[in-house]
Each structure stands twice: as structure tokens, then as C-alpha cells.
Design a protein. Structure first.
Length: 345
């Protein structure tokens, strides 16, 4: 299905949803809202409701069966999928997967207020290997495209969610930069025992934490872990993909000796990192030496980010996160390395 056809389908479904009692607003989310969808992308629809006006679940189930056509198609009651992704439906409409995701407006308002105050939380959630972080609600609000918003509920949420809260930025950087280093230290303890499962988990947590820090440094809303290493969580379409700066200080002028020196230094560091990763990947064996190489490379990125934060640098690309994900990919024997966003080094 073409993108235009998918967008039109989303509008038609949102119009039908808006006629159900309790549905206060409907928003398009995910890759369709970010402008990064492919021909096989789902259509993600957020269904917002006020807790004092419950959703008519029977009507939602009838609509789901009518749209999908399968007798077992249906929708959950609020709360059946957990506290954060608290219900919805998985449908196939006109050959396209369509996901309905419930959102309690009162809770979203409270979470945005917490984010503005710099209060962050993380909870276990199926489908989110690094957990569900409360600031994902804020990111959804910023990125989503309202399709049905008769009372202006979503417009008010968007106004409350922007600009990106500085207390939230500081809290994410502080917490996840610390956790990245802590996870590496923990993973190192499993190396002598060749505890591959534990070390792999520590490596993933480190990479996920680096993503959190990089998006916060750029004041970019972090939707989820999917596609993070390729920059797919970039805010809106065509986000700034200029080269990452993790060394602090003012940006030198184009063509200046300082700029050239920094470029050479950055290229040398990246080449050394790539060589380390290639060495780890070439063995393709789960031995202590390969694991130590990967741990060392990730530690280098943690240290560089720490320096960047201490100098107040603004990273404007997710190159470091790409390298972190490359650590895991190449150590696991995968051949493809995610590209740097924007195609620049």
C-alpha cells in the first residue's frame, strides 16, 4: 500500500473510532507520523480517553471485527496489556496491520508534568527490551499527528510537552550515562566465566543507555528502542544529521585548521573502534578476548560521552549510538552495520 493510501486509511479508521462513546481523541503515531514508514509499516493509532468517561469496549470490538473481517478480531478492555501500553487491538485492515493503543489522558497529563519536573521512571514492559520509560509518553505526544481531536485535548498536550524540558534532559543524561558505565562494569565480571548471556545483556543495556543520553543531548524525543541506531527516532522528518560532536568546546569554522584536526582525530578514533570491532567479530567465537574487545570499545564511547556532557557539548547525530549497536551486531557475527544517519561520519 502506498503512503498516501495508508494515510487515507488511517483517517477513515480514526473517523469511525471518533464515533465510539468514550473516545476523546485519535492520533497517528509510529513511523507513519515520523515520516519514516516503508511499504510494510504498521498503522499505529493512539486512542485517547478520559478515565471518567470509559471507553465503550463492546462498540470497539464490533468496529474491530467489522474492519478486520476475521471472527476472532477484537479489542481489549483498558488495562489488559499492562500499566503503560494498557490495551488496544492488533488488526489487519485492507491488507495492512493496524494497531490500536489506548492512552489514559489523565495519566498522560500527569506523566508530562513529571517529565517537565525531571522525574523519570522505567518499568518492565513486554516488547520493550530496555523497559518502558515514562518520557516515551512525552515523545509520543510531540511526534503524533492528531486525526480526531474535537475538544483540543491533544493540542493541549502538545503545548504542554514542548519545548523539550531541560530538567528531563538533565535527568536522562545523569541516570543513563551512569547506568551505561555500571552495566559495562557488571558485564566485565562475566567475561572470565564466559557468561555470554549475562555479558550480552549488559552490552545491550549499555547501548540502550547511550541512545537515551544521545537523544537527550539533542533534545530529541525518544519514542522507543526500534531503529535507534539508524536514527529512526529522529524528531519529525529530516532531522538535523550534522556530524556528532562528543569532544566539547565551540564548533570550529568550516575549513579551519582546528576543524581539520578534529576531523582527523575523530576519524582516527572511529577507525580504531572499527578495527577493534572487526577483530572481535572475525573470531566469531564467544571467547573472553572478543568480549573484552567489545566491552573496551563501548567503554570508549561512554568516556567520550561523559567528556561531552562535562563540557556542555551538543551532539547532533546518533553516530555514537550507531557504533554501540555495531558492537553488539558484529560481536554476534552479524555482517551488516547500521549506517550513520545522514550518511556522514
Amino acid at each position: 500500500m502506498s503512503e498516501d493510501a495508508a494515510q487515507a486509511l488511517a483517517v477513515r479508521i480514526a473517523t469511525r473510532l471518533g464515533q465510539v462513546t468514550g473516545v476523546a481523541a485519535v492520533a497517528l503515531g509510529g513511523s507513519r507520523a515520523r515520516g519514516t514508514a516503508t511499504a510494510t509499516s504498521d498503522i499505529d493509532l493512539g486512542i485517547y480517553y478520559e478515565p471518567e468517561t470509559p471507553l465503550d469496549v463492546d462498540a470497539l470490538r464490533a468496529l474491530a471485527r467489522g474492519l478486520d473481517g476475521r471472527p476472532d478480531a477484537g479489542a481489549t478492555a483498558p488495562g489488559e496489556w499492562g500499566p503503560w501500553i494498557n490495551g488496544g487491538a492488533w488488526l489487519v485492515v485492507e491488507g495492512v496491520r493496524v494497531d490500536w493503543l489506548y492512552r489514559d489522558l489523565a495519566r498522560v497529563r500527569a506523566v508530562i508534568a513529571d517529565c517537565r519536573a525531571g522525574h523519570i521512571t522505567s518499568d518492565y514492559q513486554v516488547g520493550h527490551p530496555h523497559g518502558f520509560h515514562n518520557h516515551m509518553y512525552l515523545a509520543e505526544t510531540i511526534v503524533c499527528r492528531p486525526l480526531h481531536d474535537p475538544t483540543g485535548a491533544l493540542a493541549a498536550l502538545k503545548a504542554a510537552a514542548t519545548p523539550y524540558p531541560e530538567p528531563l534532559r538533565a535527568a536522562i543524561i545523569r541516570r543513563f550515562l551512569w547506568e551505561a558505565g555500571f552495566s559495562l562494569e557488571g558485564g566485565a565480571k562475566g567475561v572470565p566465566r564466559l557468561d555470554v548471556t549475562y555479558v550480552a545483556g549488559c552490552l545491550y543495556r549499555t547501548a540502550a543507555c547511550l541512545l537515551q543520553v544521545l537523544f537527550a543531548l539533542n533534545r530529541e524525543p525518544f519514542l522507543n528502542e526500534k531503529g535507534g541506531s539508524a536514527g529512526r527516532n529522529r524528531r519529525y522528518r529530516g532531522g538535523d544529521a550534522r556530524a556528532a560532536r562528543t569532544d566539547g568546546g565551540a564548533a570550529p569554522r568550516r575549513g579551519s585548521p582546528r576543524r581539520a584536526a578534529r576531523a582527523r582525530g575523530s576519524a582516527a578514533r572511529d577507525a580504531n573502534c572499527s578495527a577493534t570491532l572487526s577483530s572481535a567479530a572475525s573470531s566469531r567465537s564467544r571467547n573472553a578476548g572478543a568480549i573484552r574487545l567489545v566491552l573496551g570499545c563501548l567503554l570508549d564511547w561512554v568516556n567520550r560521552l561523559t567528556i561531552a556532557v562535562s563540557h556542555g557539548a551538543s551532539c547532533q547525530c546518533v553516530r555514537a549510538a550507531t557504533a554501540a549497536h555495531a558492537c553488539i551486531a558484529q560481536a554476534g557475527g552479524w555482517r551488516r552495520t547500521p549506517p550513520c544517519p545522514g550518511g556522514r561520519a
